[in-house]
Design a protein around this ligand. Structure first.
Ligand code: UD1
Length: 422
């Protein structure tokens, strides 16, 4: 197992290129199951979750070949419809194959993903919606067994809660269904928007893209002709590096970024006193004279993303005053709090709300990553801590951050990847 050794108080300066979005790539890779042709996806990030999903497709008989940041996926050779536990347990987003496999083959088995560090994360809404579309669903021996021998049928689906992968799953199922599917209360995240846009260009008419009401005109089983496309920039990776610039009082420029997807994050940084210069695809952050405390409530897009909550908590430790951070999406997404406390942060928790008293001096320590974004908060804290921080269990970071050490090193951070126990 690897860990990161980070020397604190490094001063950052320079440019970081933002990679393609992991959370856009995952549904778009699953979408290739709906294609009749070979599909080329460009600007894929080199992260473990993408490799996991491609491995899952390969296990199902698809052919996937890499060419730098491009991947060519041929699902015409798929001859398996079972997503087994060994893969699904490593990545919950494997559930994204359920809708497309069922739509294409009329049956599918996917291991139940189970809970994870940040909460229960049920998939009841995915299953209820597929049942409404005519699927018969049974849970047997830890697997979801879904059948739709007559094909899926369009209908009206009202999501009780906004779900990102749930929306993506049902959009893909509806793409090959018979008739129209209307999804009410659909997720409006940019990653869902890109999925709709690619499908829309591939023969599936979708109305209301980017809104909470989507009308998907299914092809009644006709497979799609999907042209080459490029994955949108990763807004969470970008937000994390903006926080790296902010916490370390550095001037840092991000390139290949989509500022429009970062509205809520940029607004909070500005509220905290940071100046940002923004062009079409770059953002430069400048140091604040004094970091002001902030109030954050995580909500669905376009509000402040839960995936940026941990990083802003690290940043809030350096604000002059009391910051309040409320987590509304996941019940247990405060695992980073105890690790930040071990570095000297003054944070108290009350249910879903964290109160951060700043400004505190942080000191380097051995800390443990517990989930993807919590891990990045520990890296941010390490940048300004006195002394050295060892961030353990960084397989979480490897799931979602492309070339993290390389990118940090290029802007001046002293960081090394080492093997535990050596
Ligand atoms: C996706 C993102 C994740 C992000 C999250 C919220 C991917 C691969 N992951 O996760 O990074 O943190 O959106 O922005 O894109 N829920 C139910 N029943 C369901 C589905 C969801 O109750 O069937 C609840 C969840 O427990 C949670 C909320 O709805 O409280 C939102 O979850 P959801 O949007 O589904 O998260 P993911 O799609 O898993």
């Amino acid at each position: 197992m690897d860990y990161l050794k980070i020397k604190g108080k490094s001063s950052l300066n320079g440019t970081i290129k933002i990679s393609g979005a992991k959370n856009a790539s995952l549904p778009l890779i699953a979408m290739t199951i709906l294609a009749k042709n070979n599909v080329t996806l460009k600007n894929l990030p080199s992260v473990a979750d993408i490799k996991t999903l491609l491995k899952l497709l390969s296990n199902l008989g698809a052919k996937c070949s890499f060419h730098d940041d491009k991947v060519l996926v041929d699902t015409s050779t798929m001859n398996e419809t079972k997503a087994t536990y060994d893969i699904v347990k490593t990545m919950r987003a494997s559930i994204l194959v359920l809708g497309p496999i069922l739509a294409r083959f009329g049956h599918c088995e996917v291991s139940l993903p189970g809970g994870c560090a940040i909460g229960q994360r049920p998939i009841d809404l995915h299953l209820k919606a597929l049942e409404q579309m005519g699927a018969q669903i049974a849970i047997k021996a830890g697997y979801i067994e879904a059948r739709a021998p007559q094909g899926l049928k369009g209908c009206e689906i009202i999501f009780d809660k906004i779900t990102v992968t749930g929306s993506a799953n049902i959009i893909m199922a509806a793409a090959l269904a018979e008739g129209e599917t209307t999804i009410i209360n659909a997720a409006r995240e940019p990653e869902v928007v890109q999925l709709c846009e690619v499908l829309n260009k591939s023969g599936v008419k979708i109305e209301g893209i980017g809104t909470a009401v989507l009308k998907i005109h299914g092809t009644h089983g006709k497979l799609l002709n999907i042209k080459e496309f490029s994955i949108i920039p990763d807004r969470i990776e970008a937000g994390t590096y903006l926080c790296a610039g902010a916490i370390s009082g550095s001037e840092l420029t991000l390139t290949d970024v989509e500022p429009k997807h970062l509205g809520a994050v940029i607004a909070k940084l500005e509220e905290m006193g940071f100046r940002l210069e923004i062009s079409d695809d770059t953002i430069t952050i400048f140091p604040a004279k004094e970091i002001k405390p902030v109030k954050i409530v995580t909500q669905e897009y376009p509000a402040f993303p839960t995936d940026m909550q941990a990083q802003f908590m690290a940043l809030a430790t350096q604000a002059e005053g009391v910051s309040i951070i409320e987590e509304r999406l996941f019940e247990n997404r405060f695992m980073h709090v105890s690790e930040l406390q071990r570095m000297g942060a003054d944070i108290s928790l009350n249910g879903h709300t964290a109160t951060v008293n700043g400004k505190t001096k942080l000191s380097g320590a051995d800390v443990m990553a517990t989930d993807l974004r919590a891990s990045s908060a520990l890296v941010l804290a390490a940048l300004i801590a006195e002394g050295q921080t060892n961030v353990h269990r960084i397989y979480h970071l490897d799931r979602g951050y492309d070339s993290l050490e390389k990118k940090l090193r290029a802007v001046g951070v002293e960081v090394q990847r080492l093997k535990e126990g050596l």
